[in-house]
Every structure is written in structure tokens, then in C-alpha cells.
Design a protein around this ligand. Structure first.
Ligand SMILES: O=C(O)C(=O)C[C@]1(C(=O)O)C=C[C@@H](O)C=C1
Length: 307
């Protein structure tokens, strides 16, 4: 297996990838962006890519949500959670917060530490980096200008960087969710606690259009664990919905909801069913059980056999 991930080495994304059984012993390709990691999978240069999708404080990672919603279809086969805590690492010679003029980090990391930075280093400006690790590595590069980087404690330790402050995040206990993405293929077998991810383009802007989508889930007791709207890029007011539901396509109630959605929106994109990283087995009423669906279909079929 060849794995691509948002690099360079030392990102939280690499930490997520290393949680995948066996990935530590496989070839790992550090990509410079989420888009290029996913493109490597589409082009067959990597078998799978690990990318961030959602943070418990800052929300969805737009680069990932947009890249998997468009282009050649991909499939999510696993998700991984990583607890997030940041340190403020500084360039050689910096000994106090007052000396810091410029901080670099990934935009999502900055959003999780902005309040701390604005309170403690109000004069410092923010320079976006392609990842927390690349901001950290910049501190060793004389060509870059930033004096400080917000990064993981691990990359600071591995690169021997001086850490001025630990735990600079605004909310303790943050978690980022990462997804492992492959080309479409075999769907992982149901584990009992699963998720399915869908992209629903809202092609018609009219009252009740979103409600019609949601009714497909409600009628079959399929719980949504995430729903986000993203602009399609076609102009103001044009959106698609990125949705995670609790359940596996192998379950009758989930596949029935998908069939209903497909009737409403044939352009719907199914991004996979895969084991949820946390959660409990959903409670399913008798009338929404697999056997109830099978039995009711057989009943209708028996009536239709008299046609
Ligand atoms: O820059 C990194 O280290 C990443 O892996 C990216 C990323 C993200 O996109 O959210 C991952 C986890 C943290 O929330 C901050 C940055």
C-alpha cells in the first residue's frame, strides 16, 4: 500500500495516518495540499490518502469537503480521530512573546488558537502555512520571515524547536476527524457502528427542497451526524450539502433512504459506508429493522403477483 497525506512529516494528518494498522510500515507520500493528496489517489499514484475533514472547534475543512464533492468520485473507507493540542514554537534567538512579529500556521490551527494569540501577542501578524508542520519547519529556514509557529508538540520535539508556550489552543479537548480515501471499490463490511457520507446537490432553489431530502432520512429513522452546506462555486445561492448519516448501506433503512434520495436527486454522490470511530450501536425500532423492510417488500410483491 502507498499512502498519501497532507504533509510534510509531523502534521496531525500524519499522526492520523499512523493510526491505520500497517500504515507505519508502508510507503507514505507527503502531499503539499489536501487536493494534491486526493489527486494522487485519483491518478493511481497512491492507493489511499489521509486528509482532515472536521475539527470539533473550527468545523469542516473546506478544502476536503470541496475536493471530494467534485471531480472523479472517491470513496471513504475509514475515519480516525486525533486529539489536538498546539504549542508555540519560536525561531532561534526569540526568548519572549514581545519579540514575536509574525506567526505562521495552518488556517485551521490559527482559528483554534486565534483568541490566545490576539490576547497574548496582539502585535503579531498571521501568515498562513500549508500545514502546521510546514509552518514549524519554516522556523529553520532563513528564507522565511515568521518568528513563531503554532504546531504539534511532536513536530517541535522532532525538529528540536524551542517551545515558548504549550497548550495555546482556545478550547481544551479539541479533536480533528480525518478520513481515509480510496478510489471507488469494495465497501467495508458493516461493523455495527457505521457512518455513510453523501453529497447532495441542491439543484432547485425552492421552498421545501432541503426538507424533501431530510424527510427521506426521517421516514426511515436514519440519524444525521453532520450536515454542512458548501457553495458550488456557480454563484451566490448555489449550494451542495455534505452529509454524514449513522448507518451502513447494507442496512435496509439506509439503502431505502438512499433510493428515495436518488429519485429526488440522481446526481447524488455516495462517498461510502465505513466504521464510525466512536459512537454506539443505533437503536432501531422494529418497524425500521431489516426484517421489517424485507417482509413489507415481500408483501407488496405478493399483491403485485396478482396483476
Ligand atoms: O496542519 C496539520 O498538521 C494538519 O494535519 C491539518 C489540520 C486541519 O486541517 O485541521 C489538522 C488538525 C488541526 O486541526 C490543524 C490542522
Amino acid at each position: 500500500m502507498k499512502y498519501a497525506y497532507l504533509g510534510p512529516a509531523g502534521t496531525f494528518t500524519e499522526a492520523a495516518l499512523l493510526q491505520v494498522p500497517g500504515a507505519g510500515d508502508c510507503e507514505r507520500i507527503a502531499a503539499s495540499s489536501v487536493n494534491s493528496a486526493l489527486e494522487m489517489v485519483r491518478l493511481g499514484q497512491a492507493d489511499a490518502a489521509m486528509v482532515p475533514i472536521e475539527n470539533s472547534v473550527e468545523g469542516g475543512v473546506s478544502a476536503t469537503l470541496d475536493a471530494i464533492a467534485a471531480g472523479e468520485s472517491l470513496q471513504i473507507v475509514a475515519e480516525v480521530l486525533v486529539p489536538i493540542s498546539f504549542v508555540l514554537a519560536v525561531r532561534e534567538g526569540i526568548t519572549s512573546l514581545e519579540q514575536i512579529r509574525e506567526i505562521s500556521t495552518h488556517g485551521h490551527a490559527w482559528a483554534q488558537c486565534r483568541h490566545w494569540a490576539e490576547t497574548n501577542i496582539p502585535a503579531a501578524s498571521f501568515t498562513p502555512a500549508s500545514s502546521t508542520a510546514s509552518g514549524a519547519l519554516g522556523l529553520l529556514d532563513p528564507e522565511t520571515h515568521h518568528d513563531a509557529a503554532i504546531c504539534s508538540p511532536l513536530v517541535a520535539k522532532e525538529k528540536n524547536l524551542k517551545v515558548l508556550v504549550r497548550e495555546v489552543e482556545d478550547h481544551a479537548g479539541a479533536v480533528t476527524r480525518f478520513i481515509l480515501v480510496t478510489r471507488p471499490g469494495a465497501i467495508p463490511a458493516p461493523s455495527g457502528v457505521d457512518k455513510s457520507t453523501l453529497i447532495l446537490p441542491l439543484s432547485e432553489d425552492r421552498p421545501g427542497a432541503l426538507m424533501e431530502f431530510l424527510e427521506q432520512f426521517t421516514a426511515r429513522a436514519v440519524n444525521l451526524s453532520r450536515i454542512e452546506s458548501r457553495p458550488t462555486g456557480a454563484g451566490l445561492g448555489h449550494y451542495f450539502f455534505s452529509v454524514d448519516v449513522e448507518g451502513h448501506i447494507a442496512e435496509e433503512r439506509v439503502s431505502a433512504a438512499l433510493a428515495g434520495l436518488h429519485r429526488l436527486c440522481p446526481e447524488l454522490r455516495f462517498l461510502g459506508s465505513y466504521p464510525a470511530a466512536q459512537g454506539t450501536r443505533p437503536f432501531i425500532d422494529t418497524h425500521n429493522s431489516d426484517s421489517a423492510f424485507v417482509e413489507s417488500r415481500a408483501w407488496v410483491q405478493s399483491l403485485k403477483s396478482r396483476l
